[in-house]
Design a protein around this ligand. Structure first.
Ligand code: ADP
Ligand code: ZN
Length: 645
């Protein structure tokens, strides 16, 4: 393919860059950090680029080869993602290939040939493959046809990260084998320790370090006390009918029981976990990718290879074990930048469960590695703090990643309440429990009265004055706190217990049946020296209401953009274009999102271009894609406009 360099433009001139990005990807502009990262690569300066999921890291290493006319080798850990990326680039007329264990020797030979004859621009390669004997010396033999090496998901090299992969460690050898070669590392993990470790392990020399903003303004975060997990998931999913959603569960068994329960309620959900046989797993992820399936109940095993950009809802049915995991998993929502919702159904018991699992696996591993165990427990503690706080979720997450949070400029909206405008706290969805300091005291003394030997639900029943068989058997109908909170709902009391645990006023003892106990601080709350501010369970928000509109607060006040902003006719056209995209993708054997992103379909549905020139104006429509798909989409739009009258 022709490159800007061949076109005689200055290497990486502003105009040269822009025209490449416009004609291949159909984007008008580079995001600020992308420009800097690309320039570092063109200047052959080592770099470490830290950008959140969806920030646009891939463009940073995809653009330079088109400018220099040289090959970039990208180390990438996930075969599924490599395949999608290659398919998407090829649709844009970009010469890309992958080398991994599923590539036949014949195909591998062709790929190597295209690198040698200078026609290949991007080669994705798995780390274990890269370090096979021969690969590096083959790379060396390419001489200056090889321009640079990019390491994607670079945090995998660090044991301080959340996804350490031993095969990444050997990437340190690259520097020795290919002296003088520019190395560029990319990651979404921002903790300073991991960052330093990447620089050190990869032997980056005077790297340009670029750290993007971690906030994801298009995501609305909500943390709900987990009470009835199936109903809560159902309610969340019903706000996203016909849209992609992932429900993350802690255990394999939960993915299956939750998917079954949701199916029984008419939601077509499937389970996905690493214990399923490979064929069943492939089927689920292929169906999800091809948009034949919208809801997946999964363990963390799902998602690493999923690149569907239009996930509109991520529910955590249990708390993840680190903020990094939470950020990465919620990061799978709204990668296309459109408004999306993230719900964490939280119980402090999750934290105890993780602790037990971590301690068990540490002791099974010989029990020697206390440093690693402590590192894990520390990550867990931070997650719990973020989940249990009554602070703005965007602020809490940004600050965890070391960035002060700046809310976006306020938009005039009736429900605007200041703050981020996109989390349950700032949207004022949480009310304070009336007389919460006194409620806290009643709960704490009840925990004491029942002898610190029971779970939150039992404590709640005692406070509500329920004479259950178990309460009578234990004589808890005769304790002084029996019936002190008769007017409160059981779920609300349980939620208050959880918040008191977060505030340090109570604790949950680990074990199979979590037991609520007092802490050193309980007394201060009882005496009124410290006061708890307890938040009410969020008012039950329904799903779609009878008139088909969604309930309030669906996605916070950012809902002006995205599918929600379409009127009924535009929405109809959007759905029709989506169906067309699915047909085309199926015919080509690629996932729909590599044909066009949702953002592109939305723009098409709004501006309804019917000529090729007008279509090129739409973000995400590059020349090659216009050539291949322009007619079909313009035809569909024209047909629809005709029917419109
Ligand atoms: P990451 O790898 O950082 O998670 P991606 O490279 O997958 O992010 O990009 C996320 C999304 O942003 C993709 O849908 C991509 O098409 C889009 N994108 C990237 N750069 C731009 C840009 N300059 N203009 C518009 N969209 C962009
Ligand atoms: Zn907020």
């Amino acid at each position: 393919m022709r490159t800007a360099a061949m076109d005689g433009e200055g290497l990486g001139s502003e105009e040269g860059l822009r025209s490449v990005v416009r004609s291949v990807w159909g984007y008008d502009t580079l995001r600020p950090m992308q420009g800097e990262a690309i320039r570092a690569s063109l200047e052959r300066r080592d770099s470490l680029v830290v950008m959140p999921t969806g920030g646009g890291k891939s463009l940073c290493y995809q653009v330079p080869p088109l400018i220099t006319g040289k090959l970039t080798v990208v180390v990438s850990p996930l075969i599924a993602l490599m395949q999608d990326q290659v398919a998407g680039l090829r649709l844009s007329g970009y010469s890309a290939a992958a080398l991994h264990s599923h590539v036949s020797p014949e195909e591998a030979r062709r790929v190597r040939e295209s690198a040698r004859d200078g026609s290949l621009r991007l080669l994705l390669i798995a780390p274990e493959r890269l370090l096979l004997d021969g690969t590096v010396s083959w790379m060396r033999s390419l001489g200056d046809r090889l321009g640079s090496i990019a390491v994607d998901e670079a945090h995998c090299i660090s044991q301080w990260g959340h996804d350490f992969r031993p095969e990444y460690r050997r990437l340190a050898e690259l520097r020795a084998h290919l002296p003088g070669m520019a190395l560029h590392a990319y990651t979404a993990t921002a903790t300073p320790r991991v960052r330093e470790d990447i620089v050190h392990q990869l032997r980056l020399e005077d790297p340009l370090v670029l750290v993007g903003r971690f906030d994801r303004p298009n995501l609305t975060y909500r943390v709900l006390p987990r009470t009835r997990v199936v109903e809560q998931c159902e309610r969340a999913l019903s706000r996203h009918k016909g849209e992609a959603a992932i429900v993350y569960c802690i255990s394999r068994r939960e993915t299956e029981s939750l998917a079954d329960a949701l199916r029984a309620r008419g939601i077509d959900a499937r389970a996905y976990h690493a214990g399923m046989d490979a064929a069943a797993r492939t089927r689920v992820s292929a169906d999800f990718k091809a948009e034949r399936l919208d809801v997946v109940c999964a363990t963390v095993a799902f998602g690493m290879g999923i690149d569907r950009g239009d996930v509109r809802c991520v529910v955590h049915a249990g708390m993840p074990k680190s903020v990094e995991h939470y950020q990465q998993e919620t990061g799978r929502a709204g990668r296309d930048g459109l408004p999306s919702e993230c719900i964490l159904l939280y119980s402090p018991a999750d934290s105890e469960r993780w602790r037990t699992l971590m301690e068990r696996s540490a002791s099974e591993g010989g029990g020697g590695d206390t440093a690693a165990l402590n590192a894990q427990l520390e990550l867990l503690r931070h997650m719990r703090m973020v989940a249990g706080s009554g602070r703005c979720r965007h602020a809490a997450l940004s600050e965890y990643f070391g960035q002060a949070y700046e809310p976006p400029a306020p938009t005039p909206a009736p429900e605007a309440t200041g703050g981020c405008g996109a989390c349950d706290v700032c949207l004022n969805e949480l009310d304070e429990v009336p007389g919460s300091a006194v409620v806290a005291q009643k709960i704490i003394s009840c925990v004491y009265r029942v002898g610190q030997g029971f779970g939150a639900a039992h404590v709640a029943d005692v406070l509500r004055g329920k004479a259950t068989a178990r309460i009578i058997e234990k004589g808890h109908d005769r304790v002084s706190t029996f019936g002190l909170l008769r007017s409160m709902h059981r779920d609300s009391i349980v939620a208050c217990v959880h918040q008191l645990v977060d505030a340090g006023a109570l604790a949950i003892a680990p074990g199979e049946f979590p037991v609520v106990t007092l802490t050193g601080a309980s007394k201060a709350f009882l005496s009124g020296e410290r006061a708890a501010r307890l938040l009410e369970l969020p008012r039950e928000r329904g799903g779609a209401s009878a008139d088909g509109t969604s309930g309030p607060g669906k996605r916070g006040r950012r809902a002006e953009s995205g599918v929600d902003a379409l009127d009924a006719r535009q929405r109809e056209l959007f759905e029709s274009l989506r169906a067309l995209r699915r047909e085309i993708a199926e015919r080509l054997g690629v996932p729909p999102f590599v044909v066009f992103a949702d953002t592109t379909l939305i723009e098409l549905a709004v501006s309804r271009p019917t000529t090729p020139e007008a279509m090129l104006e739409v973000k995400g429509v590059g020349r090659k894609k216009l050539e291949q798909f322009g007619e079909a989409f313009a035809g569909r739009i024209a047909q629809w406009a005709g029917a419109d009258g």
